[in-house]
Design a protein around this ligand. Structure first.
Ligand SMILES: Cc1ncc(COP(=O)(O)O)c(C=O)c1O
Length: 338
């Protein structure tokens, strides 16, 4: 089942190899373990889930935070370039919420400075950049199959790569460095997935295209319905990219909208609408990273942490629900109901 899941996933994204593991975190850990050495510096966006930077630190390398682009909320190549030092070894851009990062700009930057790239696509199954699946870009792409993601196996993860030697390393590291039966050539781990999870993954993979289209349709209805509300910013359409809408995240400017983000979330909850904050703290403010990134400001990431709010967009949300969400946001913010 797992071999079948891996080959189907690799074919789906257009990569030569896919290696299934126990979580997105395990995928990031293996990619960091294979590509980094202790003391290396790695540039990660300041605005992402903690795992992106935590796995860098877990292998003894140093996460260096860079601010994100105000339109895509993903690692900004110019900001990343400012953070490069002679010790910089890699970039870990995140396709946050399912919005592809500026892949061309980041690949150019990596080539110029001879850096490796580990893409965090935990939220971006099915996202495309210039008509190419985000899972097909070098060096390695890490996915999560946590239940809230675009596809799930309960818990699980995958690394895709077209580099055969990297794929072999990931396979070795995933299972105690076992080159042949009980012959161990490298220190490794047990990050193997189960056939049960892979069987679920195969079914989920077959449904992925439909699920992404449903997410995109739902996002379209929300975006259209919420257009023109003062102080409310919906996700932008970025030319040449296909957003997979793992999350549909708006920004609320408290001054223009007339209320802070948290008050909107509370009012929505009273109407039975769940929303969530991805993420309330930028990485440089996380207690676990105390002391990192204090040498500079991260204005975009700091603003996003105070203003973002994710609304329901998953395929199970029905059209009536979406109109109810739009109507509720408009009523709460006292914007004209259209
Ligand atoms: C951006 C990002 N990176 C990494 C992860 C880690 O994945 P997992 O929860 O499967 O370990 C997640 C998911 O929670 C994520 O959203």
């Amino acid at each position: 089942m797992t071999e079948n899941f891996e080959s189907s996933f690799a074919a789906g994204v257009g990569a030569r190899h896919a290696v299934a593991v126990t979580s997105g975190t395990a995928a990031l850990y293996l990619a960091c373990h294979a590509l980094l050495r202790p003391g290396d510096e790695v540039i990660v966006p300041d605005f992402t889930f903690v795992a992106t930077a935590a796995m860098v630190a877990a292998v003894g390398a140093k996460p260096v935070f860079a601010d994100v682009n105000p339109r895509t909320y993903t690692l900004d190549p110019a900001e990343a370039e400012r953070r490069i030092t002679p010790r910089t070894r890699a970039l870990i851009p995140v396709h946050l919420y399912g919005q592809p990062a500026d892949i061309s700009g980041l690949v150019r930057l990596a080539r110029r400075h001879k850096l490796r790239i580990i893409w965090d696509a935990a939220q971006a199954h099915g996202a495309q950049f210039n008509r190419r699946d985000v899972g097909s870009f070098p060096d390695a792409v890490c996915y999560s199959f946590y239940p809230t993601k675009n596809m799930t196996t309960g818990e699980g993860g995958m690394i895709t790569t077209s580099n055969g030697s990297l794929a072999s390393q990931f396979r070795l590291l995933r299972s105690h460095g076992e080159a042949s039966r009980y012959r161990h050539v490298r220190l490794g781990f047990n990050f193997r997935t189960t056939d049960v999870a892979s069987a679920i993954g195969l079914v989920q993979l077959a449904r992925l295209g439909k699920a992404i289209r449903a997410r995109q349709r739902n996002a379209g209805i929300l975006r259209e319905g919420l257009r023109g509300i003062p102080g409310l910013q919906t996700p932008e359409s970025i030319r040449g990219t296909s957003h997979a809408f793992s999350l549909f995240t708006i920004c609320i400017d408290r001054r223009q909208a007339g209320m802070p983000r948290d008050a909107l979330a509370k009012a929505l909850r009273l109407r039975g609408i769940q929303s969530a904050i991805h993420y309330p703290l930028p990485l440089h403010r996380q207690p676990v990273f105390r002391g990192y990134g204090l040498d500079r400001d991260f204005p975009v990431s700091a603003r996003l942490a105070k203003t973002v709010l994710s609304l329901p967009v998953h395929p199970g949300v029905e059209e009536d629900d979406l109109h109810y969400i739009v109507r509720s946001v408009r009523e709460i913010l006292k914007a004209d109901v259209n």
